[in-house]
Structure formats: C-alpha cells, structure tokens
Design a protein around this ligand. Structure first.
Ligand SMILES: Nc1ncnc2c1ncn2[C@@H]1O[C@H](COP(=O)(O)OP(=O)(O)OP(=O)(O)O)[C@@H](O)[C@H]1O
Length: 249
C-alpha cells in the first residue's frame, strides 16, 4: 500500500503540489488525470524520489525517502515522460539498466530482458541502437526498462502518449495485467475514455491539488470535468459500447 500524506512541492508561481493525501492499495491500476500543469508528473516524481517533496510517502508503512538506492530499486520503477537517452546503446543494454541494482545471474538477466522485450513487441529491434528507433519504439523500450525488474510499485508518466492505437491497447492491457499480479501501477494519462475503461481508480488533480479519488464513474462526473478541464461531456451508451462526446463549455 502506498500512503501519500500531506505531500507538497514548491513551484515558481504556485505550488506544484499542495497537501496531497491519498492511500492506494496494491493490485490496482491507478490513472492520474488532470489538465496540463495539474501536477501529475510532479506527483510521480515525488513518489519516485526524483524531486524532494515535503510530507510523507510510505510504501507498506516504510518511508520511501529513508530507503537506500537498493531498497528503492527493489521496490519501485519510474518511467519518465519523454525521456530521450543520448547514449548509443542497444535496446537490450537499455532494458538491462532496469536490472542494475538486482543481484541476478547473467543468464537470468538475459532471460528477463528477452522476455520483456518480446512482451513489448521489440524483438525485431534486437541489437539495434536506440538512436535509430522512432519515438513510439523508444517509448516501448523505456517501458520495458521499467518493467524488467518486476517492481511492486510501477510509476509510468504517460506511457502511451507516443504509441499507435495497437500498442496503446497492448500497453494498457499489460499494465492492467501487472496490477492483477498484485503490483500497484500508477500512470499519468490524458485519454479519458481509456482511463475510464482500464483503470480501477482515478486520481483527478488540478493546480497541484487533489480534486477527487475513486472509481472512474465517481471521478468523471460532469461537475468534475467542467471544473477541472473546462469541458462539457456527455457519456453515450449504445449497442456498440460507451462513447463520450466532449466539447468546450
Ligand atoms: N522543475 C520545475 N520547477 C518549477 N516548476 C515546475 C517544474 N516542472 C514543472 N513545473 C510546474 O509545475 C506544475 C505542474 O507540472 P507537472 O509537469 O507536474 O504537470 P502535469 O500535470 O504532468 O502536466 P502535463 O499534462 O502538461 O504533462 C506546472 O505548472 C509546471 O509549470
């Protein structure tokens, strides 16, 4: 269980996070939603320890900030938004970085890198330099680097934003599966219908504040969508499923 207690992070004109408090259970896929600048990335960075925030961040009652590098690496993985490594390394080298702090035999490392690579449809790029990949291919490599250590807590900042629709669905199903295996998976996501369909719970942020946390139907109310995104959205149910029609207020 992740406990986020009164977490704040300073910004330039206004706080990036203001007294955010949440309890999130393992075994769930959590979607972080909110408009640009709401604080989604800031919250993921604070949990990952990339940014030093005030307040408490506890993983199973143990302080994340008190963990040493090895303990942290054995607990969580963080996939940043739009990370662009400049090194001329192969995709296997990059995925293997996710195992740097794990004490595994060479063969076990190799096995895990291969399996994760296959899961993300990256096998055809074996031996390729990451400098020759498209943005979407690179995004899948960076997700593989986060997944390969099989972390209890997986933090992904917009893991699908550069992907084609096939790979978006593949990654969402994969993250869902990770949560079903007992992990806590948190992802920032802008696609509201996908967030509603795949996530067990949503966390709606706006201007660094927590607006609402709950099941998708509890969070995606007309009032919340109007107040945070400035949109009016009708959810339409018909024989083909559920669609939504957003328009500016
Ligand atoms: N390093 C930084 N120093 C100061 N302020 C920052 C920094 N990074 C981001 N901010 C500000 O903090 C606020 C929250 O940014 P954050 O990146 O967390 O938003 P977000 O919800 O992830 O947005 P987006 O949907 O655009 O990715 C924004 O107003 C942003 O301008």
């Amino acid at each position: 269980m992740l406990t986020i207690d009164n977490v704040s992070l300073k910004g330039i004109n206004r706080p990036r996070l203001s007294n955010v408090g949440l309890s999130l259970d393992s075994g769930k896929l959590i979607g972080l939603i909110g408009p640009n600048g709401a604080g989604k990335s800031s919250l993921l960075k604070a949990i990952a320890g990339v940014e030093a925030a005030s307040g408490k961040l506890l993983w199973n009652r143990q302080s994340l900030s008190a963990m040493n590098d090895n303990e942290r690496a054995n607990t969580l993985s963080y996939m940043a938004q739009d990370d662009t490594p400049q090194w001329d390394l192969t995709i296997e080298d990059i995925i293997d970085i996710g195992l740097l702090k794990k004490r595994l035999s060479r063969s076990e490392r190799q096995r895990r890198v291969e399996t994760t690579s296959e899961t993300l449809n990256l096998s055809e790029f074996t031996g390729h330099s990451i400098q020759r990949l498209s943005r979407g291919e690179l995004q899948r490599v960076l997700l593989a680097r986060a997944l390969v250590s099989e972390p209890e807590l997986l933090l992904c900042d917009e893991p699908t934003n550069a992907l084609d629709i096939y790979h978006q669905l593949n990654v969402l199903q994969l993250l869902k599966k990770q949560s079903e295996q007992g992990r806590l998976v948190m992802m920032a996501i802008h696609d509201i219908p996908q967030a509603a369909e795949y996530c067990d719970e949503l966390v709606l942020l706006d201007k660094g504040r927590l607006v609402c946390h709950g099941q998708p139907f509890e969070v995606l109310t007309k009032e919340n969508l109007a107040a945070t995104f400035g949109i009016h959205a009708d959810w339409i149910c018909n024989k083909r499923g559920v669609a939504w029609q957003p328009r500016p207020l």
